[in-house]
Design a binder for this molecule. Structure first.
Ligand SMILES: [Zn+2]
Ligand SMILES: [Zn+2]
Length: 366
């Protein structure tokens, strides 16, 4: 088994950290719980660190710095830079550089966590075997002008160690002495790092592997509500790849997107502004185009041989009529009316449901 691992290509520093923390989480953490038990302080500290660092990655690293989907007060930027470092996912500069490359080259060779190279590679393999020198940072010139970002980049390992290990250990010691400090180090430090890292890694792996593609099947990114829970709202990844400059990932009222809710709350408190949103009509027309494309592919494959296909062909004709109406209104610079939007939504829903019933929707697994 081990003879197949290309040891000459292993990044030993990153691999030792990822495997070492996982080993401690699976051995030392249960041992601590066995000998010392757990109290509300340890549980509270674990969740405070999990959400503090987690939102710093989704809200800060991802939606604020990588995609510039809104503008934030300097206190929000500083806090997300400090606590984001505690995820041990490197500096914002490197993270954003790789993430922008992921969006630009998705599913192709230059995509750093390309799913076409396999689920393991997209999840963690790209980090274990990452021997390439750091990227030239040619796509993050805007971030390099920010003194706070450059300060974090220069001191990233020190800040990461202080936030991820030093801070909880100190709080633990203040709460209950050495045994509590050890518990905080292991639970809010080590175990939290491992769990949060794998939640983030899921965005690169499972969010490109399992789920639906209602907006575009041009790339592998998928929407899945379960991943949205695990990733604080980032699980609507098909939407995100289609509209990466929208501060929201879950745009439907029933979708779970805590990062969107937090950004919106910050805007109400005067700590965030210029939240970027894709207009509702553009979103629904994108869904319409994708439903139409899928419908046409299905009809071409099956032919009009049965009642279900006849029904679909009827829907297809209605969709075409609506699309023509929209093109006409666009040429006359008229906006979609509320009624037209409601009709569009309804038609898209009918097509998606019918295709799903016929087993002709996007397969669950790529
Ligand atoms: Zn992606
Ligand atoms: Zn992104």
């Amino acid at each position: 088994m081990f003879s197949r691992i290309p040891f000459d290509k292993v990044n030993w520093l990153i691999s030792s950290f990822l495997i070492g923390t996982l080993f401690l989480a699976l051995t030392a953490v249960p041992a601590y719980l066995w000998f010392f038990g757990i109290d509300w302080f340890q549980i509270g500290l674990f969740f405070a660190m999990f959400f503090g660092v987690g939102f710093s990655i989704t809200l800060g690293y991802h939606r604020l710095f990588s995609h510039l989907t809104f503008q934030a007060h300097w206190t929000v930027r500083l806090l997300t830079l400090i606590f984001g470092a505690g995820a041990f996912e490197n500096s914002v500069l490197l993270w954003s550089c790789e993430h922008r490359n992921h969006h630009k080259h998705v599913d192709h060779a230059d995509d750093p966590y390309c799913i076409a190279k396999g689920l393991f590679h997209a999840h963690i393999g790209w980090l274990l075997f990452k021997l390439d020198p750091d990227p030239p940072f040619d796509n993050v010139a805007d971030l390099q002008k920010d003194p706070l970002i450059m300060w974090q980049h220069r001191h990233i390992h020190l800040i990461a160690a202080l936030v991820a290990f030093g801070f909880p250990t100190l709080l633990g010691f203040a709460w209950g002495g050495w045994s509590s400090a050890l518990g905080a180090f292991l639970i809010a430090g080590v175990a939290r790092i491992v769990i949060l890292q794998h939640c983030t890694f899921c965005i690169n792996s499972l969010c490109h592997y399992v789920g639906d593609r209602p907006y575009s099947s041009k790339c592998s990114a998928r929407d899945w509500w379960l991943m949205a829970i695990v990733t604080l709202g980032e699980g609507y990844h098909n939407y995100h790849h289609e509209f990466q400059h929208d501060y929201r990932n879950g745009v439907k009222p029933w979708q779970i997107d805590p990062t969107k809710w937090l950004i919106w709350t910050l805007s109400k408190l005067g700590l965030a502004r210029k939240l970027r949103r894709v207009p509702a009509e553009k979103i629904i027309l994108t869904e319409l185009a994708e439903a139409q494309r899928r419908l046409e592919a299905y009809l071409a494959r099956t032919g009009l041989t049965d009642a279900a296909s006849e029904c679909l062909a009827g829907t297809h004709r209605r969709l075409q009529a609506i699309a023509q109406q929209w093109t006409l209104r666009q040429s006359q610079q008229l906006e979609l009316t509320r009624e037209m939007l409601a009709t569009l939504r309804n038609e898209v829903r009918i097509v998606t449901r019918t295709l799903r019933r016929l087993g002709a929707h996007d397969p669950q697994v790529a």
